[in-house]
Design a protein around this ligand. Structure first.
Ligand SMILES: NC(=O)c1ccc[n+]([C@@H]2O[C@H](COP(=O)([O-])OP(=O)(O)OC[C@H]3O[C@@H](n4cnc5c(N)ncnc54)[C@H](O)[C@@H]3O)[C@@H](O)[C@H]2O)c1
Length: 382
């Protein structure tokens, strides 16, 4: 019988710390982390995601002995600069170019608006600095490719935010698949409710699911999408999309996403079917393994010994930032590369093309600039 072990063998340690070591908050001395090379980071953009996810994630990482500090950040808004400096410290710059020129940094978190990612990542590559850029990697496939090529040419590290890869239930799901626990994945099913339409559904929300699809199932060869617009007030051309996927492995899949329904939970669900076994992750919180008729189902939920559920951790931000640091130190390989962010954006672009053409679209897309132009025309017309 296959069992999901309720200890830390799948990369999660609160059980050991709380119930074996008696360290309920997980803040006790961690010799391995504390001995790592200290890293000094910069941050470009100190708005919503920086303040609500990254700065708390970095603070929590420091609390559990990861030697990292955000010494400087670039943010044109004085109110954001003042608030962030007052709460977290660090030198605030109005202009990121001045920060890159004046600070001695080991890496940069690029948390600026999507449309500025290209400019900021290219500046990091030019300065020879590793960069972790928020999702979506860019707002055009040509930009995404240019960013990855620039980092390759400069020999600098580029990672994209796919924080869900570091969320414990998804990390475990991937590990179960890698370990062959469900056999060979043959069918994928995903759903994502955004529940509001003041951001672009696919670029702001479903991109997370596009990345997870690639993470759990591998390369997509063909996509066929259909969409409709329920609420005419939104500016995005579709607020409900369904798509089918053909994977290079021969597996097939489907994904649905909506911005016109509610965002009440359950709003995110992923299922992977294998050989007489399958697994599901619901709301990035509960992993269920259906390992066989005799075994029945087993569910795993995070151990939360101190009754606090840290979004920094379960949202995957701590894991991602820690991995970025470890890659800079040469101690780990990236959990997600720039090129993988580019592939997620390519899948998004193929979905747009399929919606525009009302036919299936083959991947990879041979001409990124032509694909961007066709998508731009369709977005304008819709
Ligand atoms: N991973 C996730 O789940 C997630 C969640 C939210 C946002 N995001 C992404 O994070 C990024 C930022 O989103 P947000 O919600 O924090 O937006 P935001 O508008 O709240 O913050 C962006 C900040 O960048 C600043 N900025 C603008 N121009 C700049 C420049 N030239 N140099 C430096 N800073 C500049 C803005 O003043 C603002 O404070 C976007 O790419 C977004 O898609 C990801």
């Amino acid at each position: 019988m296959t069992l999901i072990r309720f200890d830390d063998t799948y990369g999660h340690t609160p059980y050991q710390k709380a119930f074996v070591d008696g360290d309920v908050y997980g803040v006790g001395y961690d010799a391995e982390r504390a001995a790592r090379k200290p890293l000094t980071m910069g941050m470009i953009g100190a708005g919503g995601v920086a303040q609500s996810k990254y700065l708390p994630a970095v603070t929590r990482l420091r609390t559990i002995w990861e030697p990292i500090q955000i010494a400087a950040f670039a943010e044109p808004r004085a109110d954001h600069r003042d608030k962030v400096a007052a709460i977290y410290g660090g030198r605030g710059y109005a202009d990121y170019r001045v920060m890159l020129a004046e600070e001695a940094l080991d890496g940069v978190l690029v948390l600026s608006p999507d449309a500025l990612h290209r400019e900021h990542v290219l500046a990091c590559a030019e300065a020879g600095l590793p960069a972790l850029v928020e999702k979506p990697i860019a707002r055009s496939l040509a930009d995404a490719v240019a960013m990855c090529r620039a980092a390759d040419a400069a020999g600098t590290l580029l990672m994209t935010v796919a924080n869900k890869r570091c969320s414990p239930p998804y990390k475990r799901a991937r590990r179960l698949i890698d370990d062959g626990v469900i056999g060979s994945p043959s069918l994928f099913s995903g759903k994502f409710n955004l529940g509001y339409d003041y951001v672009d559904l696919l670029e702001a929300g479903t991109i997370h699911l596009f990345d997870l699809t690639l993470y759990l199932m591998g390369t997509v060869q063909r996509v066929n999408a259909a969409g409709m617009k329920r609420d005419p007030r939104g500016s995005y051309p579709v607020d409900n999309v369904v798509l089918t996927l053909d994977f290079a492995s021969g597996a097939v899949g489907s994904l649905i996403t909506s911005a016109s329904a509610l965002s009440l939970k359950p709003w995110e669900r992923v299922e992977v079917y294998g050989d007489h076994a399958w697994l599901a992750v619901e709301d990035q919180y509960e992993l269920t393994l259906y390992a066989g008729e005799r075994e029945g189902a087993q569910s795993w939920r995070p151990v939360v010994p101190n009754t606090l559920l840290f979004d920094e951790e379960f949202g995957g931000y701590m894991g991602l930032v820690e991995n970025f640091c470890q890659v800079i130190r040469g101690a780990e390989s990236p959990v997600v590369t720039g090129w993988e962010g580019c592939r997620a954006y390519e899948l998004l672009t193929a979905v747009h093309l399929s919606l525009a053409r009302r036919t299936s679209v083959e991947l990879p897309l041979a001409d990124p600039a032509a694909a961007d132009a066709e998508v731009a025309t369709w977005l304008k017309r819709s």
